[in-house]
Design a protein around this ligand. Structure first.
Ligand code: F6R
Length: 611
């Protein structure tokens, strides 16, 4: 949801900024722009669309005198994806430039005040008021840093800002509130960025700014102050994200690479948390007594993370016998939650920066609930509000569509469910050990599925003409159906819905005809297997194109389904880990066949930092 970067140093400023923006591309691609502090003054270059359009504009030009610069990648909120709305924005006197991630909530009133003073605005953005306000403050302030500080104290909302001023060459001022901002120190210069991948290979140490802090960055100094202007001292942490970690490693897309990483991730997580003695969840700071006293678990999450939580509800209720409520974070935060004693609130977020999920955990913490954050980024904002943190250990996920983080979130829910069951003695020892053993076998079974990807690719070829898709399941795989449908629609732009199969006849069945594919996730041994078969028969009777994902060897299925994707047999409760992989591959191959931009689907951003 927009990303910013800044660099001051003796390196090649334009290259470093563009590499930085590449590392932030997952945050948006409506426009990109940079501002450079050159000998002749500040030079702004911007382009609508993806970063490559900006790179084309920059190519062949001489920027050798640029010793500092700021850059921006945009996901449009206020104003369309146009050149005039692209960042960096420039103050009316042309002396100050600024890039911004976030939303300024009081921009209308600030704009009115500035307009009354004679300022003119050229964009439709909320951001432009910030750069004009800095210009206004500079009339009195002793330095651009003081002007940014005064401006910051007038802003409401979320922001990470980077600012340059012509009277302040070789310096960048950055500030933040409710949006991430990291400062990096390297051999050839210093940087600031919305996220670590922007600084890979360039810096060796990092610090995280806290809310309402501001930093003045030059080549050899980083000075941090708080909202009162007092100097703050912080300790740098080593940083060594190698640029290769962000490479596709021979795969055509990051999404395919990340799908293929899943068995390794689950194996690593099981090695870390599961032993002969059972599950040890070091990140969960609840005593045995707290766990015994838990009356309810509430989970708030968005998108794919919400689907992982939906599966988690089945797992925890089934294995540990604790009631679990799962809700989109965007709804959870606008509802009363009368109970907080003995309630565990879980915020699930790959990025740890999703605004709604962060609000949900912040509110829960204020109510006195114990908050567990499940995140792939243990350096992210969600962690600040958490009493306990369990990391996903999935490594940086570059593709905008979440795949490996979903599987890692599922793995956390299995481990959590088993741990709670063990501590509450909700399952007998044999049953616990059997489930744990079955779980240990899953990574190899996932590898088997990936080795048979060609079956799914052929299926994608056959169904690429479909304009709509329905995924159905019962029980724990309702989450798989919803996640499969989300994956398909977000990267191939085919309309897809995931339903509990029993709901089909309560409305969606009206959509069925010979053009509509219906994909059933059928796990033999489940109590609903026969019921789901009947629901599939009902769809077949309406001439739907029938696909099954199943571990059943039942030859009867061949009469019912046009295409069958087989996965290894696992206990039903574990099948979300296996059944999901063909659905990820189906979405991937369909999108690829349709020529979509798989890793950067239109209109999306990986980190949704606005409500
Ligand atoms: C889908 C996807 C989104 C995210 C959602 C929540 O592929 O990536 O639906 O799952 O925006 O993001 P996190 O998990 O970062 O809170």
């Amino acid at each position: 949801m927009c990303g910013i970067v800044g660099y001051v140093g003796s390196g090649e400023t334009v290259k470093i900024l563009c590499r930085g923006l590449k590392g932030l591309e997952y945050r948006g691609y409506d426009s990109a722009g940079i501002a450079l502090s050159e000998r002749k003054g500040i030079n702004v270059v911007k382009a609508v669309g993806k970063l490559e359009n900006l790179e084309q504009k920059l190519s062949g030009q001489d920027f050798s005198t640029a010793g500092a610069g700021i850059g921006h990648i945009r996901w449009a909120t206020h104003g369309g994806a146009t050149l005039k709305n692209a960042h960096p924005h420039v103050s009316e006197d042309g002396r100050t430039v600024l890039v911004h991630n976030g939303i300024i909530e009081n921009y209308k009133e600030l704009k009115q005040n500035l307009q009354n003073k004679g300022y003119h605005f050229v964009s439709e953005t909320d951001t432009e008021v910030v750069v004009q306000q800095i210009e206004e403050e500079l009339k009195e302030a002793a330095s651009p840093t003081e002007a940014v500080l005064k401006t910051m104290n007038k802003l409401r909302g979320a922001f990470a800002l980077a600012v340059m001023n012509t009277d302040f060459p070789g310096k960048i001022v950055v500030a933040k509130r409710n949006a991430p901002l990291i400062i990096g120190q390297g051999k050839n210069g210093n940087m600031a960025a919305s996220d670590l991948p922007a600084m890979a290979g360039e810096v060796e140490r990092v610090i995280y700014l806290d809310d309402d802090e501001l930093a003045e960055i030059s080549e050899d100094e980083i000075k941090i102050v708080n909202a009162a202007g007092q100097v703050v001292s912080k300790t740098f942490k080593p940083f060594n994200l190698a640029p290769e970690m962000l490479s596709k490693r021979g795969f055509a897309h990051f999404m395919l690479k990340e799908i293929n990483e899943q068995p390794g991730i689950v194996r690593r997580m099981l090695q870390k948390y599961l032993s002969e003695k059972g599950v040890q969840l070091s990140g969960l700071n609840l005593s045995w007594e707290d766990i015994r006293n838990l009356t309810k678990i509430e989970v708030a999450a968005c998108g794919t993370s919400l689907h992982a939580a939906t599966a988690g509800k089945y797992l925890i209720e089934d294995l540990a016998g604790i009631t679990v409520e799962v809700e989109p974070a965007s709804e959870y935060i606008y509802r009363k939650h009368p109970e907080s004693r003995n309630v565990l609130v879980i915020g699930v977020s790959q990025s740890g920066e999703t605004a709604d999920t962060i609000t949900a955990v912040r509110q829960a913490k204020e109510r006195g609930a114990h908050v567990l954050a499940v995140t792939n980024r243990e350096d992210s904002s969600i962690v600040r509000y958490a009493d306990s943190v369990i990391g996903l250990e999935a490594g940086i996920e570059v593709s905008v569509a979440a795949t490996k983080s979903y599987t890692a979130q599922l793995a956390v829910f299995y481990l959590l469910a088993l741990y709670l069951a063990q501590e509450r003695q909700a399952l007998d020892e044999d049953c616990l050990r059997q489930t744990e053993q079955a779980l240990q076998a899953v990574p190899s079974q996932m590898e088997e599925i990936l080795a048979n990807a060609a079956v799914v690719r052929r299926c994608a070829e056959k169904y690429q003409d479909a304009r709509d898709f329905i995924y159905v399941a019962r029980g724990v795989n309702i989450a798989t159906a919803m996640e499969g449908a989300l994956k398909l629609k977000e990267i191939s732009y085919i309309n897809a819905s995931g339903y509990p199969a029993g709901e089909l006849k309560h409305g969606p069945i009206a959509l069925l005809d010979e053009k509509m594919p219906v994909l059933s996730i059928l796990m033999p041994g489940s109590q609903n297997y026969d019921k789901l078969l009947s629901n599939s028969q009902e769809a077949k009777a309406r001439q739907a194109r029938m696909i099954a994902v199943t571990s059943s060897a039942d030859r009867q299925l061949e009469n019912l389904f046009d295409d069958i994707i087989r996965v290894p047999q696992v206990p039903e409760l574990l099948s979300p880990l296996t059944a999901n992989i063909p659905l990820q591959l189906l979405a991937y191959y369909m999108a690829e066949k349709l020529g979509r931009d798989v890793d950067k689907p239109r209109n999306l951003a990986k980190s949704v930092t606005v409500e």
